[in-house]
Structure formats: structure tokens, C-alpha cells
Design a protein around this ligand. Structure first.
Ligand code: CA
Ligand code: CA
Ligand code: CA
Length: 242
């Protein structure tokens, strides 16, 4: 389920986050639960922003909302998108939130994968590059899987396999390939058992795509891609909600 969702949304979301405390710990085998990632969620606050609505499926109801701010660069003023919200399945409820910094780079994407109104997947970026991704695998509102990236390749995956917020599995990647896995079998918060390169021989015999490059099955991504792609092309004015 979890991996399926990640593969499903791989083209849309590759992700992770930039926490100064966290990025340096990608290879620290003693690290426990990742610290919370940072992003300016005020970018999706409608205050002092102009809302541009788009109707992608032309059913008369908006599906994409862009929050536009007027920015000043030296003497010049220009409009910039601070936030984009999307109703991916056209049911009237928003399912995707995209946060931009004031240079136009995406800093955070949030997805409601099961369309229940709660975000389940967070993808954080720095300078446009994915640095961190968090997934709520059991849809209880709290992340259970954290993926940390270096140079856009996955460097570490931490898993709370008991879905209690406590990491008990650490997967370390070298050059995008799984190198070793640590397990906390004693409940100490640290790995006490290790597997080394369990996929190495298989990978050498028949290279497998990295999670980020895996092909995406049909279903939600098709809708999402259509919505987000088309969102760039049309527009009209309107309001917002979240
Ligand atoms: Ca929706
Ligand atoms: Ca959800
Ligand atoms: Ca969870």
C-alpha cells in the first residue's frame, strides 16, 4: 500500500524537507525520529493575496486556486504565485497544496491521497530540489515514513513500522542504491540489528528503477497530472477555502 502510493505519485511528488537540524543527520545511524520539517505555510493564507480560480474540467466549479501576491524587486513590482491549491478529483474538496517561496520555487507540496480531507504526503524542496518526503501510511494524520534526499537521490528512509511515530527501521542508500538496513528490535530508539545491501546482487543482475524513477500506474496521478498541467493554461477570478 505504502510503496504503491509512493510509486503512484512519484512523478508528481518526490519529496522531502529542509530542516537544518535534519539534513546533516542523513547518515547518522544514531538519529531517531526526524525533526519536523519547515515551510512557510503562510504562503497559502489568503490574506493580502489575490485569488485566481481555474475550472479545469469545465463543470462550472473551480478546481485550482492560485494565491497571487504583488512582490517588489528593487523598484519593479510584479505578481507572483505564493500558493496553489488543487481539487484533483473534482469533488469540490481540495486535495493538494503547493507552497512557493518569493523566488517562485516550490518549497512544499501536500497531498491528501485518500481524499478524506487530511494531508498524507508531504514533499519538501530546497531550490526546487526534493530534500525530504513524509508519508502517513495508515492515514491517521501522522507521518510513518520519512525519506531524506541528497542531490535528489534518496539517502535514507526511516520507518515507524508500528505507526506510533517512533522510527524502528533505518534504510541507508549509497548513490541511490540501498546499502544497509538497521532495525530497532529492542525498543531503544537505536538500530541493534543490521542487514547489509540486501538487494545488491539483484540490482547488479537486473537494475531496478529508483523510487523516484519508477513508472507510475494509472489512477490518481493521471487526474493529478491533468489538473496541474491544465492549471497552467486557463484562468478566471474567484475565492478560496482550505
Ligand atoms: Ca477533491
Ligand atoms: Ca487523507
Ligand atoms: Ca500515520
Amino acid at each position: 500500500m505504502t510503496r504503491a502510493w509512493l510509486r503512484l505519485l512519484a512523478p508528481l511528488v518526490l519529496g522531502c524537507a529542509s530542516d537544518p537540524k535534519e539534513t546533516k543527520t542523513a547518515n547518522d545511524e544514531k538519529s531517531t525520529a526526524p525533526a519536523s520539517a519547515q515551510a512557510d505555510r503562510g504562503r497559502c493564507d489568503p490574506k493580502d493575496k489575490r485569488i485566481v480560480e481555474l475550472d479545469i474540467n469545465r463543470d462550472g466549479k473551480p478546481d485550482v486556486w492560485k494565491f497571487v501576491v504583488t512582490q517588489t524587486d528593487q523598484a519593479a513590482k510584479f505578481d507572483a504565485v505564493a500558493c496553489k491549491e488543487v481539487d484533483l478529483n473534482f469533488d469540490g474538496h481540495k486535495d493538494m497544496w503547493v507552497y512557493y517561496d518569493n523566488t517562485g520555487n516550490v518549497t512544499l507540496e501536500e497531498f491528501d491521497l485518500d481524499f478524506d480531507g487530511n494531508v498524507d504526503l508531504w514533499t519538501y524542496r530546497q531550490q526546487g530540489k526534493v530534500v525530504r518526503q513524509e508519508l502517513d501510511a495508515n492515514f491517521d494524520g501522522k507521518p510513518d515514513i520519512w525519506k531524506l534526499f541528497e542531490n535528489e537521490k534518496v539517502a535514507q528512509i526511516q520507518r515507524a513500522t508500528n505507526r506510533n511515530g517512533k522510527v524502528d527501521v533505518w534504510e541507508y542508500y549509497e548513490g541511490g542504491k540501498l546499502d544497509r538496513i538497521g532495525y530497532d528490535t529492542l525498543g531503544t530508539g537505536k538500530a541493534d540489528k543490521w542487514d547489509r545491501a540486501p538487494e545488491e546482487q539483484v540490482a547488479e543482475a537486473a537494475p531496478t528503477p529508483t523510487p523516484a524513477a519508477a513508472p507510475a500506474p494509472a489512477k490518481a496521478p493521471a487526474t493529478a497530472a491533468a489538473a496541474t498541467g491544465a492549471a497552467k493554461e486557463t484562468g478566471k477570478a474567484g475565492g478560496s477555502e482550505k
